[in-house]
Design a protein around this ligand. Sequence first.
Ligand code: VAH
Length: 317
Amino acid sequence: MKKETILVIGANGQIGTALLPRLQNTYGFGNVIATDVRQTGTEEAIFELLDATNALALNDIVQRRGITQIYHLAAVLSAKGETDPLWAWNLNMQTLLNVLEAGRTFNLHKVFVPSSIAAFGEHAPKQETPQSSVLDPATVYGISKVAAENWSVYYHKRYGLDVRSLRYPGVISYQSMPGGGTTDYAVAIYHEAVQGHDFECFLAADTRLPMIYMDDALRATLELMEAPADNITVRTSYNLAGMSFTPAELTASIQRHFPDFKVTYAPDFRQAIADSWPQSIDDSVAKKDWGWKPDFDLPKMTFEMINHLNELYHVTV
Ligand code: VAH
């Protein structure tokens, strides 16, 4: 295997925090460089501060550390992006273009640039949304993801850069809190339940959304990145599915562990974002091209989340 040195941008984010130890196990602790704009990481790692909107700073780390792959996990998510659209667009796009340029300039072996089901909008089929659907996103975050998908194809076609991508559903994890997403309710609800609190959900009870447990999202990411390049037929971004559920179904799953847990529903501006997204995703192309198969359903995820959060909240009791 080629010696790989991995740069993680946004290592202190929800996905970065959980992906870091997997990358360290796969490539060796000393071969993974974690970066973020904030030094608040919980994982032990080789760390450098990096604002990836600064191309010179990014290129300096790539050269100095002999980087061969980049995982670009920094972005402003859907809900937060709507509070300052041009800031979100500039941050998401400048970081992306800096990463693609670094990939081209330094002949990196591979680049991972996540997309999202937020790339779909009102004119995509709601059920089993196909890989090739109309992409008319309702949010700046979604617009930036569609642009990123097309820039990735451009850099692959014109410069031969091996850029790979997944349209993540809402990602649910215990390792860190997400920030600024429309699916964040599905993480916060577990934290409140385990602490014995009631929960107010900012989406309506029947809002069905595609979701995935972090373990599945991480395995999909590494399986995609380790697949032979000849197997990769999608250079925009692969549809990825784990499960789909509503807040009411998630609540019922939690109540099997905490029968007295109560949820009230107070939809806010994020309801319109959620309503513009698919309810379920067809990921048959990912299954065909690189053998994707999810492992976690709602009951299994709930069992895992509650067990891990019990350790987090009750270890200090
Ligand atoms: C968000 N968690 O809510 C992200 C994700 C599909 C949702 O892109 O913005």
